[in-house]
Design a protein around this ligand. Structure first.
Ligand SMILES: Cc1ncc(COP(=O)(O)O)c(C=O)c1O
Length: 385
């Protein structure tokens, strides 16, 4: 399927770079032993592929220790490892008003079990109320602050470094949901005071679906964390208790070796192109799209006006047609692929006033061109005209 204008990179990037596909094929055809489960050459080769991916990710996020890169199925899984691992009944947790359900649902579930949850409001364009956040953290020091790096609905980037400074001052750990930013916005765990980064492999990192992970910073006491799953790790097999060492404590069962091989190649692609260059390309396209759409009668755009403070996500609503009808016709009549609805982030839509119908969301990626953006603008104009 090549005859489409794919503008849904915030859901998943497509097509994947050829290097990613090749790395996965190589793993399946050549290196495909079970990593860490045997001493034979194929197990060792697979283990090397997995370790290289850990090193690449630690480098990308400036994390102190590749062994604290924990592989998971996706960002949701990684967020759950962090939240369920660290938070206990009676703890205070602070989050934002633009979270994806990957963060909000585990927190709401813990709230029912006796965790105190504070949701800091954001303004109509997704800007976090930093003063309200600092007041909440200072009046009841939290165990964990869990915030998205950028909203998947309207692209607003949250000031995680400022949040990190308050978290440190009040003794909290900072978990950042980097699903929308890993690979497209620079993330430096040490400079930004981030303790845990949950990332997904299949969006900006250009890896395959079924990959993601949690990077645990040096300040986090791993021995105080409860693992989400327990089972075989290939290490300390004499013991019936879960090992305490990273990454094994959090990685029970056979890893997604082929997926991790692809993810490693995706991270290499990102590092070779450069996060700044990828961001510049995507933001130029998103800007062009937003500027074109702003001239279409009946279109309302959402998100910060300052492109320094947003990702390459453009969300629109119209008083002429529903989001779902616009998205359906974009696909059916013009082959322009967007994502409509609430994007698993009802809190964000409540914040920007687009709940319950949601928006039509466009998200360009590395392979998109200015001509495709023109085609998308024309298609919206035809549909609403
Ligand atoms: C902000 C945000 N958090 C979490 C997720 C969940 O990512 P995954 O589907 O990889 O678990 C997404 C995916 O859309 C997202 O946009």
């Amino acid at each position: 399927m090549t005859n489409v204008t794919y503008l849904d990179h915030a859901a998943t990037s497509w097509p994947k770079p050829p290097e990613v596909v090749a790395a996965m094929a190589r793993f399946l055809e050549r290196d495909g032993g079970n990593p860490g489960r045997a001493g034979h050459r194929l197990s060792v080769a697979a283990g090397r592929v997995v370790y290289e991916a850990r090193e690449l990710l630690a480098g990308l996020f400036n994390a102190p220790d590749p062994l604290r890169v924990i592989f998971a199925s996706n960002a949701t899984h990684a967020v759950n490892i962090a939240i369920c691992g660290l938070v206990r009944p009676g703890d205070h947790v602070i989050t934002s008003g633009v979270e994806h359900n990957a963060v909000m649902r585990p927190l709401r579930a813990l709230e029912q079990g006796g965790v105190r949850l504070t949701v800091i409001p954001c303004s109509g364009d997704g800007t976090l109320d930093l003063d309200a956040f600092a007041r909440a953290a200072e009046s009841a020091p939290p165990r964990l602050v869990a915030v998205t790096h950028a909203s998947n609905v309207m692209g607003a980037i949250l000031p995680v470094a400022e949040v990190g400074a308050v978290a440190r001052r009040t003794g909290a750990y900072l978990l950042v949901d980097a699903a929308q930013t890993a690979g497209t916005v620079p993330i430096d765990m040490q400079a930004m005071g981030i303790d845990l980064v949950a990332f997904t492999g299949h969006k900006g990192l250009q890896g395959p679906p079924g990959t993601g992970g949690l990077v645990i910073g040096g300040r986090v006491p791993v021995h105080e964390m409860t693992p989400l799953t327990r089972g075989g790790t290939g290490s300390r097999s004499e013991s019936e208790n879960q090992p305490e060492d990273c990454p094994d404590k959090f990685e029970s069962g056979t890893l997604n070796g082929a997926g991790i091989a692809g993810l490693g190649a995706g991270v290499r692609f990102v590092m070779e192109r450069g996060v700044h260059a990828l961001r510049a390309h995507e933001i130029a396209l998103a800007r062009k799209l937003a500027e074109g759409l702003a001239n279409v009668p009946g279109v309302a755009l959402h998100g910060p006006g300052d492109w320094e403070r947003r990702t390459a996500v453009v969300s629109l609503t119209s008083d002429r047609l529903s989001a779902s009808e616009i998205g359906f016709r974009l696909d059916e009549e013009f082959g322009v692929l967007s994502r409509v609805g609430l994007h698993c982030a009802p809190a964000a839509h409540r914040t920007i006033g687009t709940f319950p119908e949601g928006t039509v969301r466009f998200a360009p990626g590395p392979g998109n061109t200015p001509e495709e953006i023109d085609a998308a603008v024309k298609a919206v104009a035809r549909i609403l005209g």
